[in-house]
Write a protein that binds this ligand. Structure first.
Ligand SMILES: [Zn+2]
Length: 164
């Protein structure tokens, strides 16, 4: 078949074009994200969550008044707000890292990945990817569509959209 984006011949069974990086089912999805960008997004995800947890713990445990219930409430509200915003990002096919680096997860049918797909991908999917020496993450290095195992589980590709 030919790529609808650049017109070059591509092998069947692929979701993205090896020449121009387009998602074959949705040219507006942009260009498939590089492994380096994906790795940076993964590091950022962990860094953002570590930062959030440090702020929450310091809010709750900070100061001298140990019996201050207000601090606990503020800390828990901060945590709740972070989780809610994370869920908002997930429903748009993003995470904190993907959002910061301009990446978005698409289903191979061309639609942006929604909340349920992302939730399975980020929990069960990443658990499976990490089970055997993180082989499921490293898969991105040689997979033709730059898919990890958690991508394959829910049929997603991560793109850098032209506009989003
Ligand atoms: Zn192409």
């Amino acid at each position: 078949m030919n790529c609808p984006g650049c017109g070059k011949i591509i092998q069947g069974g692929r979701s993205t074009c090896p020449w121009c990086g387009a998602l074959i089912t949705n040219l507006d999805a942009g260009v498939v994200a590089s492994p380096g960008r994906r790795f940076a997004g993964h590091i950022l995800d962990m860094a953002v969550w570590a930062f959030i947890l440090i702020v929450v713990v310091m809010t709750i445990a900070g100061g001298s008044e140990a019996e201050d219930g207000g601090k606990i409430l503020i800390g828990l509200l901060l945590l709740l707000a972070s989780v809610i915003y994370y869920f908002v990002l997930l429903s748009g096919g993003k995470s904190y890292g993907k959002w910061l680096l301009g990446m978005r997860t698409f289903h191979i049918t061309g639609k942006p990945a929604g909340f349920c797909i992302m939730l399975v991908r980020e929990t069960i999917g990443k658990f499976i990817s990490g089970m055997v020496f993180s082989l499921g993450y490293l898969w991105i290095l040689w997979d033709p569509d730059h898919q990890t195992w958690h991508d394959k589980l829910v049929s997603t590709v991560v793109m850098v959209p032209n506009r989003y």
